[in-house]
Design a protein. Structure first.
Lengths: 117, 108
């Protein structure tokens, strides 16, 4: 199946710093990628839809200035958590959309665990 | 009421048992996903199905479009199957709507 990678897999940072998370589709091109956030023992929450070459579409309640998304190429989307604070600590997961003739499939990355001290 | 509901929420089984996890959805869908999330957090896509049945190793997924119901079966369960299993259905806008997950623990 299609492979999606994320980097880093975990990161610890000090409050006030910015953290960039990369999401790559390794063996297919993805014009659309999704960024999710997951709190402990909860389901995934869609943060934004990342579209190659255009602005991301953010879900209600997600601060676009806080969570900067850049989808600069067909295989890479980045999520930057700006001026991170402890409440931003979470598990961030991306997925990439593989479009085929009759169906679209989302392939998920392994996730990035962010801990803000 | 959630648009995608799973049952049970928690499941404990003995090694070797046959396991069934159910998913009911109220959104109109083109396909339904079954995902597996291990304690480390990484998500693996197990199946995407829009009709009938799919099998991969000891995992079997079935879907009944008319009844808006899908099941994930694990045969000859093993402790390494312990994980959270999540079903997800695309909404009319294409966004995935996730079930709340089923936490499975298989004891040796």
């Amino acid at each position: 199946g299609a492979v999606v990678s994320q980097h880093p897999s975990w990161v610890i940072c000090k409050s006030g710093t910015s953290v960039k998370i990369e999401c790559r589709s390794l063996d297919f091109q993805a014009t659309t990628m999704f960024w999710y956030r997951q709190f402990p023992k909860q389901s995934l929450m869609l943060m934004a839809t990342s579209n190659e070459g255009s602005k991301a579409t953010y879900e209600q309640g997600v601060e676009k200035d806080k969570f900067l998304i850049n989808h600069a190429s067909l295989t890479l989307s980045t999520l930057t958590v700006t001026s991170a604070h402890p409440e931003d600590s979470s598990f961030y997961i991306c997925s990439a959309l593989l479009r085929q003739a009759y169906t679209d499939t989302q392939y998920f990355g392994p996730g990035t665990r962010l801990t803000v001290l | 009421k959630n648009e995608v509901e799973q049952s049970p929420q928690n499941l404990t089984a003995q090694e070797g048992e046959f396991i069934t996890i159910n998913c009911s959805y109220s959104v109109g869908i083109s396909a339904l996903h079954w995902l597996q999330q291990h304690p480390g957090g990484g998500i693996v896509s197990l199946f995407m199905l829009s009709s009938g049945k799919k099998k991969h190793g000891r995992l079997i997924a079935t879907i009944n479009i008319q009844e808006k119901h899908s099941s994930l079966h694990i045969t000859a369960s093993h402790p390494r199957d312990s994980a959270v299993y999540i079903c997800a259905a695309p909404s009319n806008t294409g966004k995935l709507i996730f079930g709340q997950g089923t936490t499975l623990q298989v004891k040796p």
